[in-house]
Design a binder for this molecule. Structure first.
Ligand code: AMP
Ligand code: GLY
Length: 423
């Protein structure tokens, strides 16, 4: 089997790493990939949202399955594109069609979906430019802090959490009338603030049955002690110690089952990952958001803990016999620490030579923003590499990641030294 993975981050390197271990997989291709995927697979210099270029590559390389990493190609309809094309329609795509991708592509849609299917989430209302005054009135009914969310995709920046009502009103107007996030904020969801501790649960579904993948917690802020600007993610841990059997049973009964059943009831044939961002509010799970893909860097701790053949699970998704597949997870803890470019998540430089990452044996080095220039591996993004390790405890696993990070360097390298500090 030949597989094509779409995307270029640490998540896609982790997919490639896991798929390459399958006996059923002949060759993995990655579009566009990074310096890490280049070592274990074949990179194709294609933009994942250029569907015609994807088609040409699929036919040329006799691809048998496409695995979609990021949300953009899903929201833009890559799966629908395949189904509508006579030459592509029998090639399975792991990732939902446009209708399912709305769970991430529209906050308003996902809130309505949760309301309809009785899935616990924060109370909310949605507003447009025409209902700005109603939005102000709704804000008056809430206690601070105020949560404002652009309905559409806004590159992870569309959520504002504000302490003062006047500020919240100003921002609401900025979003609705002055298009602060362009079309993405033509509709704004205002919701109740949930106080608790966040974690994520991942589900792989064939539309009928599902497997609950390991839970994970990521560290989004750039600064130690969870301070400073939001990033794509600075590190992750799996499993999450407070997500015990009792809590995970609540998540499955109150959230996962009604989500998969709800999709079926809506007539949405969903084949792929559901990433459920949760708030643990005094022992009860509430959905903060759905994503229709895996998380990054969560994938770099979730997939290494899965002992089963990932390709076999994907075949189950494609053939709708996921319930027949064996699925095993190691009890070991996995941690990952992200190395980032100095300045990230604001302006940073690229093209810095990276040294010391080769020959690391007791951690897995997942590349994110890297590329090869004149045979050298150089930085090519804000998030550069994720260093994943296993241990019997979080502490043991982190000690390995940090020991190996000491060997790696590039100009202005930065990372958080306190991943897992709160656990
Ligand atoms: P989202 O893009 O919906 O995941 O929101 C980004 C971040 O904002 C989340 O990871 C939470 O930290 C925070 N957040 C979103 N919604 C809420 C809420 N209702 N209550 C508290 N925090 C929230
Ligand atoms: N790490 C958060 C995300 O992938 O959205």
């Amino acid at each position: 089997m030949n597989i094509l993975v779409l995307g270029s981050g640490g998540r896609e390197h982790a997919f490639t790493y896991k798929l390459s271990q399958s006996k059923k997989v002949n060759q993995v291709f990655v579009a566009p990939g990074n310096a890490g995927t280049d070592k274990i697979a074949k990179n194709l210099s294609i933009n994942p949202t250029d569907f015609n270029a994807v088609k040409t590559a699929v036919l040329e390389h006799e691809i048998n399955m496409v695995v979609v990493g990021p949300e953009a190609p899903l929201v833009e309809g890559v799966h629908d594109f395949f189904l509508a094309d006579d030459q592509l329609k029998n090639i399975p795509v792991i990732g939902p069609k446009k209708d399912g991708a709305l769970l991430e592509g529209s906050k308003d849609f996902s809130k309505q979906f949760m309301e309809k299917h009785n899935i616990p989430t924060a109370k909310y209302q949605s507003f447009t430019q025409d209902s700005l005054e109603d939005g102000y009135a709704f804000l008056e009914t809430l206690n601070p802090p105020f949560v404002l969310k652009a309905d559409g995709l806004a590159a992870g920046k569309g959520v504002l959490i504000l302490d003062h009502i006047e500020e919240a009103k100003t921002e609401l107007k900025e979003m609705l009338t002055n298009q602060k996030f362009g079309d993405a904020s033509a509709t704004v969801v205002i919701e109740e603030f949930l106080k608790g501790i966040e974690l994520s649960v991942f589900v792989l579904t064939d539309g009928k049955s599902y497997k609950v993948l390991p839970s994970a917690k990521d560290y989004k802020r750039i600064g130690e002690g969870d301070t400073g600007l939001n990033t794509g993610g600075m590190g992750a841990i799996s499993p999450v110690p407070f997500a015990d059997t009792d809590f995970l049973t609540k998540v499955e009964d109150r959230i996962i089952k009604p989500t998969v059943d709800g999709l079926q009831k809506e007539g949405i044939d969903y084949r792929g990952f559901i990433f459920i961002g949760l708030m643990n509010v005094a022992g009860d799970p509430f959905v903060i958001e759905y994503n229709v893909r895996m998380g990054d860097p969560e994938t770099e701790v979730v997939l290494p803990r899965i002992n089963s053949d990932l390709f076999d699970l994907f075949e189950g998704v494609a053939n709708q016999n996921l319930h027949e597949k064996t699925y095993e997870v190691t009890s070991q803890t996995a941690t990952t620490v992200m190395l980032v470019s100095g300045g990230y998540p604001e302006a940073y430089e690229k093209g810095k030579a990276i040294s010391g990452f080769e020959g690391i044996e007791d951690s897995i080095v997942f590349h994110a923003g890297t590329k090869i220039t004149d045979t050298k591996v150089v930085t090519n993004g804000g998030r550069v590499m994720a260093i994943t390790s296993f241990g019997d405890t979080i502490k043991d696993a982190l000690a390995k990641s940090y020991k190996n990070i000491d060997k790696i360097s590039f100009e202005k390298m930065n990372y958080r030294k306190d991943i897992g500090f709160d656990l």
